[in-house]
Design a binder for this molecule. Structure first.
Ligand SMILES: [Mg+2]
Length: 402
C-alpha cells in the first residue's frame, strides 16, 4: 500500500489571520511583528511585502526602509494559536494521525484512507477547501510517500497550491532542486556542498554512497538517502500526556544568554519538582518546550528512568535538551518544562536507594515546607540564584501551568 503523507503549510499565516480580522489589509504589503523598540523583528510578511525583499526574522527597522508604506501590525500570538488549534481540529476529522510541527504547519498521514474518501489528491483538496471556507485562510499542501518529499512539495506549491509527487517519482523530483531548498541543509552544510561544486540534488545523486560517508560521516548517509527522495514516515500526533505538570515563561526580551536561560530553566524545574512532590508523585518524562523569536517552537523529550521529582535531575535533563537548540543562534522567547508520565512516588525509597538520594529527598521535604510557609521565592538555590541579580523574567506573571 502506498504511503500518503501530507504536509500542509499555511501561507503567510499571521498576515492572513490579521486580514480576516481587518479586511482593509487585503492586497496591501503587511508586516507582522512591528512592536516598537528593541523587539522589532518581522515574524511574518505578506507576499506583497516580500516583493520588496522583506522576510521574517529581519529587523522591523530594515523592513521599514525597504517598504515605508507597508502596514505594520504588532501581532497577537494568542489569536494565532487559537486559529491554529481550530485548524488542527479540522485535520483531525480526516485522520487520527495529525502532527503539528509549528503553529502553521502540519503533517497528516492519510495512508489507507483511499477506501473511505477516494483518491488522496481529491481528499487533500477537500481538506484545503474546508480550511479556506471556514477561516478564509490560504494554505498549500504537498503529498508524497514520506515527510521530506511532502514538505518540499508543499513549499514548491506555494502559494495556494497542491502538489503530489507520485510514488516512484521521488528521485526525479528531487533532482532538479537546489540544495539550499532542502530542509536540513543549513548554511554550513550548504557551504560545504557548494565548496565541492554541488548546487543541485541531481549533482549529489551522482556521488556514490561510500564517498559521501567518507567525506560527511553520518551526514553522508542522510545526504545519500535525501538525494534519492527517502525521508521519515512516522506522523505522530503528540497528544498531551494524561498526567503531567508543566510551567513556562515568556520573556519580556528575547535572549540567547545561556546563564539567564539556565537560571530560568532551573527556576521552572524547581516549580515543576515542587508541584510533583506535593502530589506525592514522580514523573518519567521530562519535556522541554522552546520558542524562538521567529515563533518556531520546538519540543524535545527525555526519559527520566524509573521516575523523578528531583529539581536538579529535571533541570539536567531539560538543559541537555535545550543546549543543542541554542546552536540555531536565534534568540529565545519562551521556555517551558513539563514532567509527565506521573505515578505515585511510593516505593521510590527502596531498599537500595543510595544515601545521597535519601539526603536529597530530605532536603526537598525541608525546602518544600519552608516554601509553603514563607512563599516560593523565600528560598532560591542553584542556578536560579542568578535570576535574583538579573531582571526577573517578566513574563512570569503570565506563567501558568501547562
Ligand atoms: Mg507557513
Amino acid at each position: 500500500m502506498d504511503r500518503h503523507i501530507v504536509h500542509i503549510d499555511m501561507d503567510a499565516f499571521f498576515v492572513s489571520v490579521e486580514r480576516t480580522r481587518d479586511p482593509s489589509l487585503i492586497g496591501k504589503p503587511v508586516v507582522v511583528g512591528a512592536v516598537e523598540g528593541s523587539r522589532g523583528v518581522v515574524t511574518s510578511a505578506s507576499y506583497e511585502a516580500r516583493r520588496y525583499g522583506i522576510h521574517s526574522a529581519m529587523p522591523v527597522a530594515a523592513a521599514r526602509r525597504l517598504c515605508p508604506h507597508a502596514v505594520f501590525v504588532p501581532g497577537s500570538l494568542g489569536v494565532y494559536s487559537r486559529v491554529s488549534r481550530a485548524i488542527r481540529g479540522i485535520f483531525e476529522t480526516w485522520s487520527p494521525l495529525v502532527e503539528m510541527t509549528s503553529i502553521d504547519e502540519a503533517y497528516i498521514d492519510l495512508t489507507g484512507f483511499d477506501r473511505c474518501y477516494g483518491p488522496v489528491l481529491g481528499t487533500v483538496d477537500r481538506i484545503l477547501r474546508q480550511v479556506r471556507e471556514t477561516f478564509g485562510l490560504e494554505l498549500s499542501a504537498g503529498v508524497a510517500t514520506n515527510r521530506l518529499v511532502a514538505k518540499i512539495a508543499s513549499k514548491t506549491a506555494k502559494p495556494s497550491g497542491l502538489l503530489r509527487v507520485l510514488p516512484g517519482c521521488e528521485e526525479a523530483f528531487m533532482a532538479t532542486l537546489p540544495l539550499g531548498r532542502v530542509p536540513g541543509v543549513g548554511d554550513s552544510l550548504g557551504a560545504r556542498l557548494s565548496g565541492l561544486g554541488l548546487s543541485t540534488v541531481g549533482e549529489l545523486q551522482r556521488l556514490d554512497h561510500d564517498l559521501l560517508v567518507r567525506v560527511f560521516g553520518a551526514t553522508g548517509e542522510w545526504l545519500y538517502a535525501m538525494a534519492r527522495g527517502k525521508g521519515g514516515l512516522r506522523v505522530e500526533s503528540e497528544r498531551p500526556p494524561a498526567k503531567s505538570v508543566g510551567h513556562s515563561v515568556t520573556f519580556s526580551e528575547d535572549t540567547v544568554d545561556r546563564r539567564f536561560l539556565d537560571g530560568v530553566l532551573y527556576h521552572l524545574a524547581e516549580k515543576v519538582g515542587a508541584r510533583v512532590r506535593r502530589k506525592g508523585m514522580v514523573g518519567k518524562t521530562v519535556t522541554l518546550r522552546l520558542r524562538y523569536s521567529d515563533f518556531k517552537t520546538v519540543t524535545r523529550a527525555a526519559s527520566a528512568g524509573a521516575g523523578t521529582n528531583c529539581d536538579s535531575e529535571i533541570f539536567e535533563k531539560a538543559r541537555a535538551l535545550m543546549l543543542p537548540l541554542l546552536e540555531r543562534r536565534v534568540r529565545v522567547r519562551l521556555l517551558g518544562v513539563t514532567l509527565s508520565g506521573l505515578r505515585p512516588a511510593d516505593g521510590q525509597l527502596g531498599l537500595f536507594t543510595a544515601g545521597s538520594q535519601v539526603r536529597s529527598l530530605r532536603f526537598y521535604r525541608t525546602l518544600d515546607r519552608l516554601r509553603e510557609k514563607y512563599g516560593f521565592s523565600s528560598v532560591r538555590k542553584g542556578r536560579a540564584i542568578w535570576l535574583e541579580n538579573w531582571r526577573r523574567p517578566s513574563g512570569e506573571a503570565r506563567q501558568k501551568a501547562v
